[in-house]
Design a protein around this ligand. Structure first.
Ligand SMILES: Cc1ncc(COP(=O)(O)O)c(C=O)c1O
Length: 351
């Protein structure tokens, strides 16, 4: 077997693995900075205002991670001892290490959908606002768009609109985990603000498909964001000359949003190769953005073994479960790399 160099490796584990482009590094090096804890960093202020505008919200706050943005967002709707409803594989439920419970005393109940989509019937059954002295009261519903572990699936607008109505009359808030909202917007042509208007508080990430090394934002009302700023500092997330990072984020917004269509096309091509190689591996209709989830149940292979074999051939993938593999396309993998990765995986999975 040929020895791979890091140059040869095609990393499809996540769109978080991108490294800053030369243009982004130049923008970072040129950033004007100040102390952001004193609210004196012009790059952070500018980025926050820009993202608040894009989302049609009063204010936004720049945070180190999507996890922190989600924490602050959910905390702005849900108090200790109350619950947030979400899909069972939502990032807030599965991949934030219980932070909402461990830090804020917030519990979660979930509905399940194979692609992570909103299930209004289930939400209506679960919803328990002002549940009294015996049961936990629901204070928030969180929807992830696109849904990461659901395969980059896009939440259709109509159920989101209905959720808005249901929650409003129940006095419950809506959180949108929009780590990849850019992907949903570019794929559907729906403006970011139209999605954001259907939620009370929104988190977005610059460090996923947009290719910034660090950075997310939480957006909502002026009061929510003022409170989020206090909690960010309490959590140790107050940063100083963060304008260097804001510059990367602003550069990403200038240069890396429209190009997400390329990632989507690469994901589709990859899925087509795999669907041709083996029936049932992936339903092409499910590949809407930059994530391809492969179901290898029934092939007699363990996902972990497939990942190891692929790694030995220079292709890195994520294992989501015993028979589930995730491939994510991004800025650092071009059409050729995706073609090579598709051929390697097709061979392994067809064997
Ligand atoms: C949907 C979603 N939300 C939130 C996050 C958290 O982002 P971070 O890794 O920056 O904490 C991720 C990370 O991949 C994600 O996929």
């Amino acid at each position: 077997m040929a020895t791979q160099t890091s140059q040869d490796v095609i990393d499809l584990r996540s769109d978080t693995v991108t490294t800053p482009t030369p243009g982004m590094r130049t923008a970072m090096a040129r950033a004007e900075v100040g102390d952001d804890v004193y609210a004196e960093d012009p790059g952070c202020r500018g980025l926050e205002e820009r993202v608040a505008d894009l989302l049609g919200k009063e204010a936004a706050l720049f945070t180190v991670t999507g996890t922190m943005a989600n924490l602050l967002a959910v905390r702005s709707l849900v108090r200790p001892g109350e619950e947030v409803l979400c899909e069972s594989r939502a990032h807030i439920a599965r991949a934030e290490l219980g932070a909402h419970a461990a830090i804020f005393g917030i519990t979660t109940r979930t509905w399940s959908h194979p692609r992570g989509l909103l299930d209004l019937g289930a939400v209506q059954t679960l919803l328990a606002p002002k549940a009294g002295p015996y049961f936990v009261s629901t204070a928030g519903v969180s929807v992830e768009n696109t849904h990461n572990f659901g395969g980059g699936s896009i939440q259709p607008l109509d159920p989101l609109r209905k959720l808005r109505d249901i929650t409003r009359s129940a006095g419950v808030g809506v959180h949108l985990d929009g780590a990849r909202l850019w992907n949903a917007s570019v794929a559907t042509g729906t403006p970011l603000g139209e999605y954001a208007a259907l939620a009370d508080v929104v988190s977005v990430c610059l460090s996923k498909g947009l290719g910034a090394p660090v950075g997310s934002l939480v957006a909502g009302t002026t009061d929510q964001i003022a409170e989020a700023r206090v909690w960010r500092k309490r959590l140790g997330g107050g940063w100083r000359q963060a304008g260097v990072l804001a510059a990367a984020g602003s550069y990403a917004l200038d240069h890396h949003v429209e190009r997400l269509t390329e990632d989507h096309a690469h994901a589709r091509a990859l899925a087509e190769t795999l669907a041709d190689a083996r029936r049932g591996l992936v339903d092409l209709a499910d590949v809407e953005t930059n994530i391809v989830v492969l179901d290898i149940a029934g092939l007699g292979l363990a996902a972990g073994d497939v990942a190891l074999q692929a790694r030995a051939e220079g292709v890195l993938v994520s294992v989501l479960g015993p028979s589930t593999i995730r491939l994510v396309t991004h800025l650092d993998v071009d059409a050729d790399a995706c073609k090579r990765a598709g051929d390697v995986l097709a061979r392994i999975l067809a064997e």
